[in-house]
Design a protein around this ligand. Sequence first.
Ligand code: PMP
Length: 362
Amino acid sequence: MTRNVYADYAATTPLCLPARRAMHDAFDIYGNPSSLHYAGAEARKLVEKARSKVAKAINAEPDEIYFTSGATEANIWVLSAFSTVKSNVEHSSMEYGRRGGIVGLESDHLGIVPSKPVIDLTFIDTMSILWVNNEVGTVQDMKSLASWATNSADKLFHTDATQAVGHISVDVRETGVDLLSMSAHKFGGPKGIGALFVRRGVDILPMLHGGHQEAGKRAGTENVIGIAGMGAAIEWATNNLDKSVPYLTKLRDILIDGILSILGTELTGHPTQRSPSIASFVFRGIDGQALVLALDERGVCASSGSACSEGQVGVSHVLKAMGYTEETGRGSLRLSIGWDTTEADVRYVIRAVKESVEELRK
Ligand code: PMP
């Protein structure tokens, strides 16, 4: 029997109930947060309440949080403000024309990035390394990477934590990162809203010039409803980590074991140092996009890599960086799960993948 299973949480998540409620309540708060009157004050209060929640979730202070339109903008902000050296397994939003930074950190076959870049750092301000890889789920040792960058190399350290926040514990003080990007729709919040954490004392150029919003660093009337939803979602997701991490890890491992029982299948990314919600594979002899379509016919939403590179032909830059070739990386599949996923869903996905792979290999 066909059933609908959404196994693409790394592309985006459904809206969680607390975010839905907070946004619904915010519909009536129509004032401009910059206005001096009571309607403005009401909206300002909502924005500042959400800012405090975002800050608390990552152990930051509210004045270290700047709302943006998402992680893409947060990443581009860092790239446009600082000369950056980055890894070769970053999200595509870390490519930003001529200011896209320099690749100087090369991933190994499991997606692990070393601390020390292979290039001269003289004219570099910032090192940037993705916390959790969005395609293969590998989790970096953030504390060591940030410590090397800030203590040994005397550079700022930025991480794109879009797949980490709300999925694993993220503490900016404990890890010592200076800048951190996130996006609300990856942890149950709405799309089109995110934030950049900027450690106090780090002088960053404004992202958008104009009004004095976001402490004069990011002009434009705030997305009040989105911000309210993001605040509620991040609080909900981080307060639930004690339950969600073991729950998802167990489901993810059932998924990995089931899929690896299919002949000619390999896990991509690190076997243990990986996101509780991401399982990723390559299948010998088939095309990843054809597999995604075959799964869709069976009611399963999956992805052949990152949603942002869906439709691109060939092996992703991430798999290439990890040493896969056009041949060995062609049959890639990412399955990503979340709070609504059940064990029955996972068992169904395993069956659907088996059937689809058999069909495509015929
Ligand atoms: N970085 C990573 C690691 C991501 O997974 C994504 C979303 N695919 C982004 C950045 C961009 O986020 P957004 O599209 O919300 O700006």
